[in-house]
Design a protein around this ligand. Structure first.
Ligand code: 3HC
Ligand code: NAI
Length: 698
């Protein structure tokens, strides 16, 4: 048909093979090839059945997301699926790998579905801010009823072939070669002279109208608060599947899809999808010789060390955990044990898995036990002298070619690497807390880090199921630098007239799960206080300094764990309420500086925080700490709760318009020039009519 869909006839079966690696995405050529292939097969008197299968590792994983937001060449996918379904001869889909989105919809257009036992089926469109747009909302409920269909479409998580078969979505499961089995089945249908069995004519899923409508009502309520349009439109379409004739349902789905596709939320989610894949592409990967990592050591069994150890154990690595003394070690091992106990209690793992994980863990207070490990991740106190001591010990015991990674949050990795004999083996692996859960891993490349060590970090991240982002050495790398700017903007507003509750509410309204002061209270105010004290001597005395946080810490109000911080937590509650004494402290600070408080609208709070983040991001790009704007976005949504559907701070700035962001930054400049001065990158992009997106190569 064309080079993306091969057309063959064997006996009286036409075979259409989709071949568009790596995931057989349904781009224009595939759509045309399928359409033409069905037309041809339908018109050939020697053909009595059709088989659709895919070459390579998977049945189509969906529409080609790169075509979204642009005019689409006909035939569009719903026409292709409609044509398959309309075929006068039986059509069989042989599914292996992931039949996702449009791929699943192609299979639903076929009259019979056979799947290899390990195949997966899913409708993940909602994760891209859209809905199934090629009949999925109309065909799935015809087979499964509303509840299962809505689960698939609203959650977006794929299900296994067995479950799909139980739900009536798959006709037969195959152990061996599904294409071969599919062909045999098609041949059988051809020989029997079977006709089509169209999903659009099926009504199995409508048999219990009452529970169908109850599922609709329940899900409608559940999605009412979603900031995205797609979930509510999915519910409407699935309702329409039962209430309207098939063609009218398809038209309704088409209109909903078009509306959602153009929305800002969908644009941001598409950006996020490509951003996280782009982040994994770094210059060091080219021509890299990966170092072998089979065993891992972790030094420091505190908050981070234990989480990192669990992340490594979960990925199947044997882990040697080193602490200063037996007491610390025992505490660390108990913590890891407790994590696995919780997983067991919640049914996430079984007894054997728990035992195997704990067996793979060796606790010790003897650094010599790290002599043979391939990689050590250091997670001791955030003190350069402590880290230098540990690195000297590691340098003495570790085998040549082993990797020395530090989990430092802020310290200068160049300086640390310079203290040992093998700076080329030193790299930053900056995990986020809790390290066994948070997906982000900043891979910090120091001046002398061997590119192979960087590349090995990216390969390791994949095994640990983390999302790696490359960062250069800077105070706080990417994430903590942006976070510091965010907090600085918030603190200025706090002193100028806002309250913690107002700022937090505004940022929650924007889409953050919790506001910046809630985060501080949760993490503990003492951590950032210690850092501020450490840096006090090097602070520019002319720079504006908001001391409200220090005042709280001086009273021992370290946040949730102390029962007080920016909020008060009564009787161990984890939800804080506004604390009049904190408000009084803020008033005192204002009075001492002669500030007369002013009102901040939620919109201004959001703009100031976001502008500060985007500006700091632009500076990180200028300093080459971040490779590209989308890497900054990935860091922020995987590490700091930035709402993915807003696309991250750089994408959010693009969506608002860089000129507007730059103008606002300029308008605040008079308040604190060093902080608010827009990065020259804004001027450069605006002048060329460009966006941050234009700097996201690849
Ligand atoms: N469109 C375009 N490119 C796609 C794609 C898609 N739907 N799915 C994956 N790719 C690309 C990736 O960008 C990546 O490209 P790169 O190598 O240049 O970076 C490459 O394929 C491999 O992808 P992954 O790195 O993600 O490979 P994995 O093996 O880890 O995962 C997967 C494979 C599970 C299929 C995963 O890629 C995935 O979940 N893809 C998205 C599936 C999806 O959302 N489908 C729905 C699309 S919307 C739709 O179909 C609308 C319809 O209803 C009209
Ligand atoms: P922590 O205080 O909970 O744990 C540090 C552990 O290191 C303690 O158990 C201590 O006994 C041990 N330790 C100290 N010196 C040692 C030595 N010489 N040999 C062996 N063990 C030693 O600290 P936390 O929070 O786990 O932080 C560790 C590192 O991770 C720091 O560099 C920190 O900046 C960084 N980090 C922390 C994050 C967090 O949210 N807590 C997030 C990301 C990074």
């Amino acid at each position: 048909m064309n080079n993306q869909v091969k057309f063959e006839v064997e006996g009286n079966v036409a075979i259409l093979t989709i071949q568009n690696p790596p995931v057989n995405a349904l781009g224009a050529a595939v759509r045309q090839g399928l359409f033409d292939g069905i037309e041809k097969a339908d018109g050939m008197s020697s053909v009595n059945a059709v088989l659709i299968r895919a070459a390579g590792r998977t049945f189509p994983a969906g529409a080609d997301v790169r075509e979204f937001g642009k005019p689409r060449a006909e035939p569009i996918l719903s026409q292709v699926v409609g044509r398959i379904e309309a075929c006068s001869k039986p059509v069989v889909a042989a599914v292996h790998g992931n039949a996702l989105g449009g791929g699943f919809e192609i299979a639903l257009g076929a009259h019979y579905r056979m799947a290899s036992r390990d195949a997966k089926f899913g409708l993940p469109e909602v994760l891209l801010g859209v809905l199934p747009g090629a009949g999925g909302t109309q065909r799935v409920p015809r087979l499964t009823g509303a509840a299962a269909a809505l689960d698939l479409m609203l959650v977006g998580k794929p299900i296994g072939a067995l479950q799909a078969s139980d739900l009536g979505l798959v006709d037969a499961l195959v152990d061996g070669d599904v294409a071969k089995a599919g062909f045999a089945f098609a041949q059988d249908l051809a020989e029997k002279g079977a006709g089509p069995r169209r999903t659009c004519d099926r009504r199995d899923g409508f048999s219990d109208a009452e529970s169908y409508m109850a599922a609709i009502a329940a899900r409608r309520l559940a999605v009412a608060k979603s900031p995205l349009e797609a979930p509510a439109r999915i519910v409407d379409c699935v309702e329409a599947a039962m209430l309207l004739p098939f063609e009218a349902g398809i038209a309704k789905e088409r209109a909903a899809f078009d509306d959602c596709e153009g929305s800002e939320g969908a644009q941001a989610l598409r950006h996020a999808f490509f951003a996280e894949r782009r982040a994994a592409k770094v210059p060091e990967l080219e021509g890299a010789n990966l170092r072998e990592v089979n065993t891992i050591g972790v030094v420091g069994a505190g908050t981070m060390g234990t989480g990192i150890a669990v992340a490594c154990l979960d990925a199947g690595f044997p882990v040697t955990l080193v602490e200063r003394d037996e007491e610390g070690l025992l505490r660390g091992v108990e913590k890891i044990d407790a994590i696995y106990q919780r997983s067991l209690d919640k049914g996430r793992i079984d007894v054997d898995t728990r035992a195997a994980r704990m067996e793979a863990l060796t606790g010790t207070t003897d650094m010599d036990e790290l002599a043979q490990v391939d990689l050590v991740i250091e997670a001791v106190f955030e003190e350069i002298s402590v880290k230098e001591g540990v690195f000297a010990q590691l340098d003495a015991v570790m085998k040549p070619g082993a990797i020395l990674a530090t989990n430092t949050s802020y310290l200068d990795i160049n300086a640390l690497a310079a203290t040992i004999s093998r700076p080329q083996d030193v790299v930053g692996y900056h995990f986020f807390s809790p390290a066994n859960i948070m997906k982000l891993l900043e891979i910090v490349v120091a001046d002398r880090t061997d590119p192979d060590v960087v590349a090995t970090g990216f390969a390791l991240a994949k095994r640990l199921r983390k999302v790696p982002v490359r960062a250069g050495v800077a105070d706080g790398f990417i994430g903590n630098r942006i976070l510091a700017a965010y907090r600085q903007a918030a603190d200025f507003m706090l002193e100028d007239g806002a309250t913690p509750a107002k700022i937090d509410a505004a940022m929650r309204d924007f889409g953050f799960p919790i506001g910046p002061y809630q985060v501080l209270d949760m993490a503990g105010l003492d951590i950032s206080w210690a850092r501020r004290k450490r840096l006090a001597d090097s602070r520019d005395p002319a720079a504006r300094y908001v001391a409200i946080g220090d005042k709280l810490c001086e009273r021992g109000w370290f946040g949730q764990k102390a029962g007080r911080g920016y909020y008060i937590y009564e009787d161990g509650s984890r939800t804080g309420v506004e604390d009049p004494e904190v408000l009084a402290i803020i008033e005192e600070e204002r009075a001492a500086k002669g500030i007369s408080p002013r009102r901040f609208s939620a919109r201004e709070i959001q703009h100031r925080c976001l502008n500060a983040m985007a500006n700091e991001g632009a500076r990180l790009l200028e300093e080459a700490v971040a490779l590209r704007p989308s890497d900054i976005d990935v860091v922020m949504f995987y590490g700091y709760g930035f709402p993915r559907w807003r696309g991250g701070p750089m994408m959010a700035a693009d969506l608002r318009g860089l000129l507007e962001v730059e103008n606002e930054l300029r308008s605040y400049q008079i308040e604190e020039p060093a902080f608010w001065a827009p990065s020259p990158l804004f001027d450069e992009l605006v002048k060329n009519g460009q966006h941050f997106e234009d700097l996201n190569e690849g």
